[in-house]
Design a protein around this ligand. Sequence first.
Ligand code: CO
Length: 141
Amino acid sequence: VSAGHGHGFELTEIDHVAIAVRDLDAAAQWYEQTLGATVAHRERIESDGVEEALLKIADSYVQLLTPTREDSPVAKYLERKGEGIHHVGYRVTDCTAALESMKAAGATTIDEAPRPGSRGTTVAFVHPKSGFGTLIELVQE
Ligand code: CO
C-alpha cells in the first residue's frame, strides 16, 4: 500500500527539499563543486518573488531559493530565521485531492486551491503550524 493511498491520491516521491539562500549563484556553485550535484533547472517566479536553482538528485531535487524583492516571503524568512531549510515538497499524483484531503483532516492551508508552480508543475502550500513547524508543498508534475 503506497503513501496517501485511500485518500484519493498517492505520495510518489520527495519532490524537493527547498533551502533559502542569500546568494543563489554561490550556493549553486558550492553544491556543484562540493557535492557533485548538477543544476538541472533555473527559474524566476515573479508571482512568488523568488528565483530558484534545482539540483537533480536521482528522482528528487534540492531547490535553492532566493528572494528577488524585499517583500518576498523568502526575504522575510531569511530575515527572521537566516539561511536554511525552507520547505519540503511532496510529489503527489493529484494536487487537488491531496489538498482537499489535508483540509478535511483539519490542516491549515496557505493556498485555497492548487496553482502553477515552477517547471510546469501544479502546487499548493500547507501552513507550517499544521506541519509541526515545517512548511509543506504539494507538487503535481
Ligand atoms: Co518548492
